[in-house]
Write a protein that binds this ligand. Structure first.
Ligand SMILES: NC(=O)c1ccc[n+]([C@@H]2O[C@H](COP(=O)([O-])OP(=O)(O)OC[C@H]3O[C@@H](n4cnc5c(N)ncnc54)[C@H](OP(=O)(O)O)[C@@H]3O)[C@@H](O)[C@H]2O)c1
Length: 216
């Protein structure tokens, strides 16, 4: 009699422990699903938030070019540009493309031009413009970019920066401590981008410059 009572108590105890384990498992599953949803939403939001970025090296007076050339040669900035844009889509005006002279490797190059006869000339001994897409509508590119989950970079020059700025989410600016007064191309006014998300001061002995990342 005593034995069967003890067995009964043990069974009830085991059942209670089992129930408790099931309750904990369900709770953990619910909590993990909740975390997954939160992290998915966060990823979706982040990807969607950073769709159109602009990258440029500018003087304190917003000068960016002269005679279809850059105003400075700063190896650290070249490296920074490469790191930010590698693997991404880069969009540029045809004048900037001609100034660079060849597609940027490791990136999808989109050249915009209103000239329907524009052709990418052979470059670096190659006969075809491998990896270069020509578009006759910057607007089209920007609208598509807004629907795409990946970040695209507008890489210049003056005309394309000015037309893209109202659509941009983020600016990566290298501000050089210099104000060339003989420049012929300028970056547009970017005072609408007031939120500083990164600032890094540098001095390479030849130039002082600041890597700045701004959002609206
Ligand atoms: N500091 C920097 O970070 C930086 C970066 C890039 C370039 N740059 C400098 O900027 C200068 C070049 O700038 P830029 O203003 O003269 O030329 P750009 O912006 O590179 O290209 C202008 C061309 O883009 C085409 N275009 C303009 N609006 C368009 C639209 N809505 N849809 C499709 N195509 C359109 C037009 O081509 P068509 O006339 O053929 O139709 C126009 O001539 C150079 O000095 C370069 O070195 C500086």
């Amino acid at each position: 009699m005593e034995d069967s009572k003890r067995r009964g108590r043990n069974t009830t105890g085991k059942l209670r422990i089992k129930k408790e384990e099931i309750r904990k498992t369900v709770y953990n599953l619910e909590f993990n699903s909740y975390l997954s949803i939160v992290s998915l939403n966060f990823t979706f939001f982040t990807l969607n938030y950073l769709m159109i970025s602009i990258i440029a090296v500018i003087g304190k007076n917003r000068a960016i070019g002269k005679n279809n050339q850059l105003l400075w040669h700063i190896p650290e900035d070249m490296q920074h540009f490469k790191e930010k844009t590698m693997g991404k889509t880069v969009v540029m005006g045809d004048r900037t493309f001609l100034s660079i002279g060849k597609p940027l490797p490791g990136r999808k190059n989109v050249v915009v031009t209103l000239d329907s006869a524009f052709k990418v000339a052979p470059y670096a001994g190659r006969r075809r413009a491998d990896g270069v897409e020509i578009s006759h509508s910057l607007d089209d590119i920007l609208q598509k970019a807004k629907k795409s989950p990946s970040e695209i970079f507008i890489i210049g020059g003056g005309q394309i920066y000015a037309k893209s700025l109202p659509h941009a989410d983020k600016l990566y600016l290298t501000i050089v401590d210099d104000s060339p007064n003989d420049a012929d191309t300028y970056f547009p006014d970017f005072s609408g981008f007031s939120r500083e998300v990164r600032r890094e001061e540098h001095d390479n002995g030849e130039y002082k410059f600041t890597f700045l990342e701004l959002t609206k």
